[in-house]
Design a protein around this ligand. Structure first.
Ligand code: NDP
Length: 449
């Protein structure tokens, strides 16, 4: 039998030596590789073919200058990136993030996660991630447009419907995708609708894409709870974030009869003991692009608290981190467990630290890891690509039905592999093993590339 522990350790040491500053990338890779050790034990061909060494090295990293002019006529320079990590099972696919925190470490960890998330969907898409340290907050529409046009003026030569298909992520929504698509079309002089996903439905976008990540998260969480005989009805749910993922997770949770009592933005969180009024949140965040604290102006029974971590001290049955990475640390995990949380479903990417995940799992909390639980977004993006190829638009119900089927399938496969290789409730290991096996086998089939 292969010594998989030693193999994994060697690969991790090599990453640390090569890129000592890329702590989040290393943490993500560590979790994935350690959880696939039982599989590596049974498949010495992975080590013989240096599959791990190849998987942790992006196929290509593009870093570029993004010059643009603000409304005062001043020149601004941002940094743009695209990490094309793995194209074994299809064209690179993954979002673009515009946020001041963006750097290569974050994008490499997100791209790495994306490869396995995409594999879990069962659809033919590889993994990538990109973005910029540009901050869209407080910028005018015209500034955002000029930035997007400059960003695409470099990115366009590296993407295409059969090459790499970016989408939105934090700070990149329908408006930004529109500006990016417009510039791509102008530069290529070709209507390659499938080059970007997350397009508006009036120009080749998919119905239900907006809702997909949040809805998909709830389909997954419901399957996880159903398996334990826990009904979501009347369960208290704590959600962080008030963006795309959070909004539609709240909507679906409420449709199951759950009582969602919080949401947040990067300044603070709102607690409404009567249950969050989602129309109000949509009005504030989607229409007015305002701050979540405005909620209490029309809901006097609700409380607004400055700062984000306090949201995890609110007593709940189900916690759904839907804002950003590393928002639940060990301390927050302890507070949730002390308050009796039964399940955690990750809507955001890597919102729980490794220590927090270990704490949840060792305290019997059902845990739905991001790469499985939030895969509904990218799955529906792949359905958007399929519709674009067909030059057809499916109905909302058709897309939502396929999304539901994909999420249930992800849950079933992760659960089956958890039962086969790890603790039967360890969906982190189950999801990693399912996805890893698929990507590794296709890489073997393609030979040394
Ligand atoms: P949005 O930009 O629509 O919303 C992000 C939300 O999180 C906003 O409410 C934002 O507040 C808040 N937020 C941002 N940074 C912080 C922070 N440091 N602390 C607390 N809150 C913060 O993004 P999405 O909803 O699209 O994405 C959220 C997460 O889900 C990300 O991790 C993303 O990678 C992941 N994801 C998204 C998918 C999608 O389809 N959209 C698919 C899969 C994963 P503010 O308004 O103040 O910025």
């Amino acid at each position: 039998m292969a010594d998989s522990k030693a193999y994994v350790k060697r690969v991790l040491a090599q990453i640390e030596k090569r890129d000592p500053d890329q702590k989040q990338f290393l943490a993500t890779v560590t979790k994935v590789l350690e959880s696939v050790e039982p599989l590596l034990d049974q498949h010495p061909e992975y080590e013989q073919n240096k599959i791990l060494e190849r998987m942790v090295e992006p196929e290509r990293v593009i870093e570029f200058r993004v010059p643009w002019t603000d409304d005062k006529g001043e020149i601004q320079i941002n940094r743009g990136y695209r990490v094309q990590l793995n194209s074994a099972i299809g064209p690179y696919k993954g979002g673009l993030r515009f946020h001041p925190s963006v750097n290569l470490d974050i994008l490499k960890f997100l791209a790495f996660e994306q490869v396995y998330k995409n594999a879990l969907t069962g659809l033919p898409i590889g993994g990538a991630k990109g973005g910029s340290d540009f901050d869209p907050h407080g910028k005018s529409d015209a500034e955002v447009m000029r930035f997007c046009q400059s960003f695409m003026t470099e990115l366009f030569r590296h993407i295409g419907p059969n090459v790499d298909v970016p989408a939105g992520d934090i700070g990149v929504g329908g408006r930004e995708v529109g500006y990016l698509f417009g510039q791509y079309k102008r530069l290529r002089n070709s209507y390659d609708a499938g080059v970007l996903t997350g397009k508006r439905v009036d120009y080749w976008g998919s119905l239900a894409r907006t809702e997909a990540t949040g809805y998909g998260l709830m389909y997954f969480v419901k399957d996880m709870l159903d398996a334990k005989g826990i009904d979501l009805k009347d369960k208290v749910v704590v959600v962080s974030g008030a963006g795309n993922v959070a909004t539609y997770a709240i909507e679906k949770a409420q449709s199951y009869g759950a009582k969602v009592v919080t949401c947040s933005d990067s300044n603070g969180y709102v607690y409404d003991p009567n249950g969050i009024d989602l129309d109000c949140v949509k009005e504030i965040k989607q229409v007015k692009r305002g701050r979540i604290k405005e909620y209490v102006e029309t809901h006097p029974q609700a409380e607004y608290h400055e700062g984000c971590t306090g949201v995890w001290t609110v007593k709940c049955d189900v916690a759904l981190p839907c804002a950003t990475q590393r928002e639940i640390d060990l301390e927050s995990a302890k507070a949730l467990v002390a308050n009796g949380v039964k399940a955690v479903g990750e809507g955001a990417n890597m919102p729980s630290t490794l220590e927090a995940i270990d704490y949840f799992q060792s305290h019997g909390v059902l845990f739905g890891p991001a790469k499985a639980a939030n895969a509904g977004g990218v799955a529906t993006s792949a359905l958007e690509m399929a519709q674009n190829s067909e030059r057809l638009q499916w109905t909302f119900e058709e897309v939502d039905g396929k999304l539901h089927g994909i999420m249930t399938n992800i849950y079933k496969q992760a659960k089956a592999n958890a039962e086969k290789y790890a603790d039967p409730d360890d969906l982190v290991a189950g999801a990693n093993i399912t996805a890893f096996q698929k990507v590794a086998n296709v890489m073997l089939a393609h030979g040394l590339v």
